[in-house]
Design a protein around this ligand. Structure first.
Ligand SMILES: Nc1ncnc2c1ncn2[C@@H]1O[C@H](COP(=O)(O)OP(=O)(O)OP(=O)(O)O)[C@@H](O)[C@H]1O
Ligand SMILES: [Mg+2]
Length: 181
């Protein structure tokens, strides 16, 4: 029906790297082509499904586990779930990969900490530096970059448009199905 398969595009990276921005742009591009795509954003899920969780390593693990399960359901429904979660721990991401095997595509949205901190679109780095926010990824909590992601998008060096084009090309290559006319 969709001419593409379902799956999980898992965008991981520092706060301010551009995960949400890229996810929304990719969703727009795919929908314009008639594809079924849906953004699952860490911020949105943390206000609802994961509202009971904080930012300790244990809570982050549970946040990612639940979010991965939801993404997996979208993938089974034939939809491309575009996931925008910092997901700083390699082990947490690897558990999502293990649970969803072939459907899981890890995309490292990669920008240096200095660039993210200069952007600071939500003012979070400033608050983390002043000590107002504890356990902030990159400042007072670790970020473990992927060792072998399916794709790396250098969002610190490339303009947004180039990042979107590369992500859309990758998605087209990996998800399109040949459908007999
Ligand atoms: N090449 C780029 N790709 C993505 N975003 C970019 C790029 N260049 C500049 N930006 C800007 O960087 C900011 C990225 O913010 P965004 O909210 O998307 O980050 P995020 O990774 O979702 O952070 P968080 O984890 O806090 O939700 C936006 O203001 C965006 O306009
Ligand atoms: Mg975001």
């Amino acid at each position: 029906m969709n001419r593409h398969c379902g799956g999980i595009l898992w965008l991981t990276g520092l706060s301010g790297a551009g995960k949400s921005t890229l996810a929304r742009e990719l969703e727009r591009v795919l929908r314009a082509r008639g594809w079924q795509a849906f953004v699952l954003d860490g911020d949105a899920l943390r206000t609802g499904l994961n509202a009971d969780l904080g930012f300790s390593p244990q809570d982050r693990a549970e946040n990612i586990r639940r979010s991965g399960e939801v993404a997996g359901l979208f993938a089974q429904a034939g939809i491309i779930a575009i996931c925008a979660f910092i997901s700083p721990y390699r082990a947490d991401r690897d558990r999502v990969r293990a649970a969803h095997a072939a459907a899981f595509h890890e995309i490292h949205v990669s920008a240096p900490l200095e660039v993210c901190e200069a952007r600071d679109p939500k003012g979070l780095y400033r608050r983390a530096r002043s000590g107002e926010i504890a356990q902030f990824t990159g400042i007072s909590a670790p970020y473990e970059p992927p060792l072998a992601p399916e794709l790396e998008i250098p969002s610190g060096r490339w303009p947004l448009e180039r990042c979107v084009v590369q992500l859309a090309r990758y998605t087209e290559r990996r998800f399109a199905l040949a459908v007999a006319a």
